[in-house]
Design a binder for this molecule. Structure first.
Ligand SMILES: NC(=O)c1ccc[n+]([C@@H]2O[C@H](COP(=O)([O-])OP(=O)(O)OC[C@H]3O[C@@H](n4cnc5c(N)ncnc54)[C@H](O)[C@@H]3O)[C@@H](O)[C@H]2O)c1
Length: 242
């Protein structure tokens, strides 16, 4: 399986959870040392660390080829890599802010899913693609996250479209929608009052640890979820209820 954003707050426990099931993990990220340390600590053998800037679309086919060659196949892609640039004042949003977030969160997500989907179709064994959206796809986001939220809304629509495209090949495509989970992304530049307000609006009464998101990803990749596709799974402690 391939996990992007693997050294991030949620990516790390996702990689660990898959390795614990016996999967061989290709951990994709930007920091070589962090990736090597992650892979060295995973259960089992045969995991690999790959440095890539996913905003560069030319990396995608190379990643998929390496997964086929070095893992022996590609059945699961979980795409977590994303960026959030908070701009409390909407008038401070620049075109570069827009492009930076949409290029990775939505555009690269599409092309990476397509590279992986193509390989899964060719292999003819079905597959699992798990994208990452956010509660912000629904709420519009908090703490200066309008542009990010728009990219995450796109991820939901994209996931549904890919589910239709790949369904006939028994490849499921679903999205995980965290509410709030402690990570660099959540906490960087976040106004403490916004943090407290989000916590207060969460019936479970606390902000998740990233490990609490990972199990849903493993479930979606498992045979137990074989008849779920095009879904957006809300993992928000009740912050959203749908
Ligand atoms: N933490 C939350 O509260 C929360 C809430 C909703 C959704 N999410 C989503 O969950 C996913 C994981 O987020 P997280 O909280 O672990 O964030 P994080 O910032 O800890 O991890 C994001 C990862 O993406 C990687 N990345 C960034 N730019 C990249 C690029 N150009 N190429 C390759 N990798 C790149 C980073 O290196 C990092 O490892 C994201 O898709 C995020 O939008 C998180």
């Amino acid at each position: 399986m391939v996990v992007t954003g693997a050294t991030g707050g949620i990516g790390r426990p996702v990689a660990e959870a898959f390795a614990a099931t016996g999967a061989k993990v290709m951990a994709v990220g930007r920091d070589h040392a962090k990736l090597e340390s992650l892979v060295a600590g995973l259960d089992g053998e045969g995991h690999i660390a790959v440095v890539a800037d996913l905003a560069d679309l030319e990396t995608h086919d190379r990643l998929v080829d390496r997964a086929l060659d070095e893992l022996g196949g590609l059945y699961v892609l979980t795409n977590l890599a994303a960026v959030l640039r908070r701009r409390d004042n909407i008038d401070d949003v620049t075109e570069e802010d827009w492009d930076n977030q949409h290029d990775l969160n939505l555009k690269a997500a599409f092309f990476l899913c397509r590279s992986a989907g193509r390989a899964m179709v060719e292999a003819g064994q079905g597959g699992r693609i798990v994208t990452f959206t956010s509660q912000s796809w629904w709420t519009g986001g908090f703490g200066g996250a309008v542009v990010y939220s728009a990219s995450k809304g796109g991820v939901v629509s994209m996931t549904r479209g890919l589910a239709r495209a790949y369904g006939p090949h028994r490849i499921t495509v679903n999205s995980v929608s965290p509410g709030q989970a402690h990570s660099n992304m959540l906490m960087t530049d976040l106004d403490p009052e916004v943090y407290e307000a989000m916590k207060a609006a969460t019936p479970l009464g606390y902000v998740a640890e990233p490990e609490e998101i990972a199990g849903t990803v493993v479930f979606l990749a498992s045979r137990h979820a074989g008849y779920i596709t095009g879904a957006t799974i809300n993992v928000s402690g009740g912050f959203l209820m749908y």
